[in-house]
Design a protein around this ligand. Structure first.
Ligand SMILES: Nc1ncnc2c1ncn2[C@@H]1O[C@H](COP(=O)(O)OP(=O)(O)OP(=O)(O)O)[C@@H](O)[C@H]1O
Ligand SMILES: [Mg+2]
Length: 357
């Protein structure tokens, strides 16, 4: 085990090796294509919202999307039946959204924001670690692989260095995607919180892409990729520390960015075409109730309910109920009674994400 102090940033190594540059070019290309496409589509918040729910689920490592989404309706609609897992997913999404607003507004990604994000994820105000005893273990063997820095002052000082690295335009001219990989390594190694460091670190990744203008909307998330390649993820974090293997770590992140950008672009296209198809079909089969606003409400959260339609369209409760039953009769929605409320699920959107897994 390595007991050396965690070095501050920037790393004292040449990060832009030939292999890294090769992956970098591909990652940047895929990301630029995704960014370009998303900014041109109408209703892009439908996409952002769907992708965010999916990311919240992936990042919270909840395996089964089918039960999870059912559960999610309950959590989002705040009924008491929601499971603990679903509530966690909802907190994660709230944290992500909040972080996005902050970065957009302030054009900075500060430690205070990071602390705020973590406190939303964990629903507590424990803040930065003060007590010793936090160790990272190998999941299988239970063996300690890494002991992160101990002591509040030391953690704050490392976070200060990281904050500078994130926000300062340095003259070294390192590509932001490479910097994102460095930031993620460093943040996870500082491990500033008792819990939620992984999830907070994954949110920082996307916020950094926004900060650096590589994306305008929060739509690229590595959690799915990390879940699929988890043992490499843990191994490579450790190899940076033990043998300075920055090259494989950075390549791992860059391949993840490329792969995820390609997948997300394909999902974005499918969602876009689903919105268009459903729009045409509702116009044709239910011309009296069709409106652009109604369509947006149907795609807003995978599900809708009477009160949303009532408020969103400024119609009476009766009208809202009759719209929803017509939509259900025509097969656009499937309803379920949860507690006292009826929840209407957008079946085609739900299926899209379900089969996307
Ligand atoms: N050897 C290591 N070196 C640095 N960071 C590590 C190492 N092993 C794990 N980590 C990081 O620690 C995170 C787990 O920390 P923590 O339990 O605080 O976060 P979490 O959000 O609750 O969990 P998770 O990331 O598993 O969802 C991992 O996601 C990873 O990013
Ligand atoms: Mg944890």
């Amino acid at each position: 085990m390595n007991t050396q102090k965690l070095p501050i940033l920037p790393p004292d190594f040449d990060l832009e090796t030939k292999t890294v540059l090769k992956h970098l070019a591909k990652a940047n290309r895929a990301l630029a294509e995704l960014k370009g496409y998303v900014e041109t589509i109408p209703n892009k918040h439908i996409l952002i919202n769907g992708i965010m729910i999916n990311e919240a689920k992936d990042s919270s490592a909840i395996e089964n999307i089918i039960t999870t989404h059912d559960d999610l309706y309950k959590a989002i609609s705040k009924t008491s039946e929601a499971s603990h897992a679903a509530k966690e997913v909802v907190s994660y999404r709230t944290a992500l959204w909040h972080g996005f607003q902050l970065v957009k507004e302030r054009q900075l990604l500060t430690n205070n924001m990071i602390i705020e994000i973590q406190s939303i994820i964990e629903s507590n105000k424990a803040g930065i670690r003060k007590l010793p005893g936090t160790v990272l273990r190998n999941d299988r063997t239970g063996e300690t692989v890494y002991t992160p820095p101990v002591g509040e002052a030391e953690i704050i000082s490392l976070l200060g260095n990281l904050e500078k690295y994130i926000n300062e335009d340095n003259n070294e001219d390192i590509d932001p995607l490479i910097k994102m990989a460095v930031i993620h390594y460093q943040f996870e190694s500082i491990h500033p919180f008792y819990d939620g460091n992984g999830r907070t670190g994954r949110i920082i990744n996307v916020l950094y892409l926004i900060l650096m203008d590589l994306l305008d909307s929060p739509i690229l998330y590595l959690s799915g990729y990390i879940n699929r390649n988890k043992s490499d993820y843990y191994r490579l974090l450790q190899e940076v520390r033990n043998i300075n293997n920055w090259e494989d770590w950075i390549s791992y992140i860059l391949v993840g960015v490329e792969e995820t950008a390609v997948k997300t672009l394909s999902l974005a296209k499918k969602i876009n075409s689903e919105v268009a198809t459903m729009s045409e079909e509702i116009k044709m089969r239910l011309p009296k109730i069709y409106s652009k606003e109604l369509l947006e409400l149907l795609f807003f959260e995978f599900y809708t309910k009477t009160i949303y339609i009532q408020q969103g369209l400024s119609v009476s409760r009766r009208t809202a109920v009759s719209y929803l039953s017509s939509l259900e009769n025509e097969g656009f929605l499937i309803s379920e009674k949860i507690g006292k409320e009826r929840i209407y699920q957008n079946k085609s959107l739900y299926d899209l994400f379900r089969y996307e897994q």
